[in-house]
Design a protein around this ligand. Structure first.
Ligand code: ATP
Ligand code: MG
Length: 562
């Protein structure tokens, strides 16, 4: 491609609304332009990157037996009503005004609809179906360029099985394919989430990429042993509260206007770990008191799993009616008809202080063994930075992360809702067991730039670079330079090497070099008058900055080897 004839609108200035490097550079390098909030036009250079990513994904999906579909983005709303997802998606789902249609944010319903109508026997399973297609989501807060858009490209895949073991196999195939895809895209990623147990049906894993500025998810990682988990499920070795040799007699303390653990700790001059914080929830109609240690934060997802279902907070009035006190003065002593669940750090502890269920009073010398009937001890806390890894004992870090992809064992949820079944050997109807597997294409491009750039611009990996070589004719007015660089361009392109050729006349060398660094192709092939007099050209490796001067006729070999 000759730059003199191409559309590549670069920007010198950083657009004021672009906060993170990938957004800034995708704009500055002319990969894309915004059309409306969360909606971008991909320009030729940017679209080449998306195509490279899509090809890598396609190769790896085909390698696990995936068959490529192209499903409609316009879907009849009835299908989405069948699974209850018009309600579940809520405002995120774009609905068409003048027809009962929606713009699909994902395609489980359509896949299930096809399977239901056209797959009859277990003999036709397993299947892996996928597509690479535009998705529409009315995200409330589109941000960071294409990292969270309202229209984006997704590779979505679906596995169809009739046994749980089959689902496990399909899921494992996708896990391996995803590792290969992200590795080939030159990304440093990690995987979080737990696979399901023997029965399958509910496992899910996320492929994440660390990004302080672009990350909207929180994860806990151990740099030493590689442990990684979503903050929602992460565990650490937080020390137990020590059981002291003597449990003293309980005593009521006057603590006027003390509302928080920090205030209480300062007022009583007691370490926060000896202060047991009480939280009250309505669990299936039963008042439940959760005891947490000091300043520890309750992890609602962990609590949800312990309770096996939903819970809700009480209003201030309800709390007062149930306990006789306001939130800061509630405690486990003297409560009637409550179930009490405590965090593991408090197991067997004594000499604790907690609310007295009377405003402005606390109770000291509480012994959980002696004074309270705790129905369950469980890990309920949010892990904090600096706590120790349960696997290797080294310090954990909490990081921001971007979700690149998600693999998910759906089980029979969709088949049940849409009556998608197959007949087994005995002619019995079995629900189709599904998995779903998504990757964001634009996110890969943006994440690659997040991890591969410097102050001058993008540093593309060979695999994703729009072109391998950026050929620069330094003085495009000079006859020798014109002849030599055109010859190189013809030679390389005829050898199927992708070259972008800066053949612009009247553009200063400095300007061309700046553009080359900004666009970030892996190799810069520099043809200048001075080197050419000795029969030489120069090659610069963008990533390392390393420069090599070599005879013109050796340039091809160098590039081919690279
Ligand atoms: P997120 O938590 O980031 O909203 P999600 O859980 O909604 O993601 P999925 O429905 O699993 O995402 O979609 C699969 C993949 O599609 C995601 O892993 C991500 O790479 C991509 N993706 C999802 N939403 C967007 C978006 N609004 N813009 C760009 N890519 C997206
Ligand atoms: Mg989402």
């Amino acid at each position: 491609m000759r730059l003199s004839q191409s559309f590549f609108p670069t920007l010198k200035e950083i657009p004021s609304d672009a906060q993170i490097p990938s957004h800034q550079l995708m704009m500055r390098a002319g990969l894309m332009r915004p059309l409306a909030a969360g909606i971008y036009s991909f320009l030729p250079l940017g679209f080449r990157v998306l195509q490279k990513i899509m090809n890598i994904i396609r190769e790896e999906m085909n390698a696990i037996g995936g068959q490529e579909f192209h499903l409609p983005a316009l879907n009849p709303i009835e299908l989405w009503e069948e699974t209850g997802r018009v309600k579940a998606f809520g405002d995120i789902l774009f609905q068409i005004k003048n027809r009962p249609l929606v713009l699909a944010p994902t395609h489980e319903e359509i896949i299930c609809h096809i399977a239901k109508n056209h797959i009859k026997s277990y003999k036709e399973l397993p299947q892996i179906w996928y597509q690479i297609q535009t998705k529409f989501r009315n995200e409330p807060r589109p941000r960071s360029g294409v990292l969270r858009g309202r229209q984006f490209t997704m590779k979505d895949a679906y596995s169809l099985d009739y046994t749980w073991e089959g689902l496990d196999k399909s899921y494992a195939l996708h896990e391996e394919a995803y590792k290969k895809i992200f590795t080939r895209c030159g990304l440093k990623f990690f995987i979080v989430g737990a696979s399901s147990g023997a029965m399958g049906g509910s496992g899910s894993q996320e492929f994440l990429l660390e990004s302080a500025e672009g990350g909207e998810d929180s994860a806990v990682v151990c740099d030493n042993c590689g442990y990684a988990a979503n903050l929602e499920v992460a565990v650490s070795n937080a020390p137990r509260v020590e059981r002291l040799p003597e449990s003293k007699k309980r005593e009521q303390l006057f603590t006027p206007n003390i509302k928080t653990i920090k205030q209480l700790s300062e007022f009583l001059r007691v370490e926060t770990t000896r202060l047991a914080k009480s939280l009250v929830y309505n669990v299936a109609g039963k008042p439940t008191l959760i005891l947490m240690c000091g300043t520890d934060q309750l992890n609602e997802a962990k609590l949800m799993r312990e309770l096996g279902g939903e819970f809700r907070a009480y209003s201030d009035e309800e709390l007062f009616d149930l306990t006789g006190a306001d939130a800061g003065s509630i405690g486990p002593i003297g409560l009637k008809n409550f179930q009490i669940i405590a965090d593991k750090r408090l197991e067997q502890s004594n000499e604790l202080i907690s609310g007295a269920n009377k405003n402005d009073f606390h109770i000291a010398h509480i012994d959980l063994e002696r004074d309270i009937s705790v129905s369950k001890y469980a890990d309920l806390r949010i892990v904090e930075t600096g706590e120790l890894c349960t696997h290797c004992g080294k310090e954990l870090r909490i990081i921001n992360a971007i979700e690149l992809g998600h693999i998910f064992k759906l089980g029979t949820k969709y088949a049940d809702a849409m009556h998608a079944t197959v007949l087994n050997e005995e002619g019995k109807e079995l629900p189709i067991i599904m998995g779903s597997y998504g990757i964001g294409v634009e996110r890969i491009a943006a994440c690659h730039i997040e991890q591969n750039h410097d102050v001058n611009g993008i540093i593309w990996d060979k695999a994703l670079a729009p072109f391998l070589v950026h050929l620069i004719s330094v003085n495009a007015e000079n006859e020798n330079v014109i002849v030599a660089s055109n010859k190189l361009y013809e030679q390389l392109t005829s050898e199927k090497i992708e070259v972008i050729f800066d053949d612009r006349v009247g553009v200063s060398p400095g300007f061309k070099f700046k553009d080359a660094d900004l666009l970030g192709m892996p190799l810069q092939l520099i043809v200048g008058d001075r080197n050419l007099k000795q029969g030489n050209v120069e090659i610069k490796i963008r990533k390392t900055g390393e420069r090599t001067i070599l005879p013109v006729e050796k340039a091809y070999d160098f590039i081919a080897k690279f």
